[in-house]
Ligand binder design. Sequence first.
Ligand code: ZN
Length: 142
Amino acid sequence: MLKKDCQYCLKREDIENFGRIAFETETSIIIAFKDQSHKGRMVVAYKNDHVAEIGDLSEEERKNFIDDVVKCANAIKKCYHPDRINYGAYGDALGHLHFHLVPKYKDGFEWGGTFVMNTGKENYCSEEELTELINNIKNNWE
Ligand SMILES: [Zn+2]
């Protein structure tokens, strides 16, 4: 069941505080992250229910969701050529299943460490850069 006060369930405007919805699949909401301290950073959120953890999904739902995470990671790799992608699934406060996909570049920002959730609005990319990111991910979704 979708939850009334959850930004992912309602696809609420407050997603705009940190990102922009790029597009949706049958299973997921794909969100471009405004803090592009890691070039190509995206979020993949489960769409069809307010579930906290991946183990709360059925086998089929889990497969479809992880497929979307992998497709998003592959599109990031193809467009931005990171040396590694870090995956973060936290949601302590919100409790809605979503993965942060954080591209890491050898000897670049936070290489070898844990990524910071949000480095600050002063580091947000421009609307044009966000549109370009969304188009890149969309055009390489396979
Ligand atoms: Zn939710």
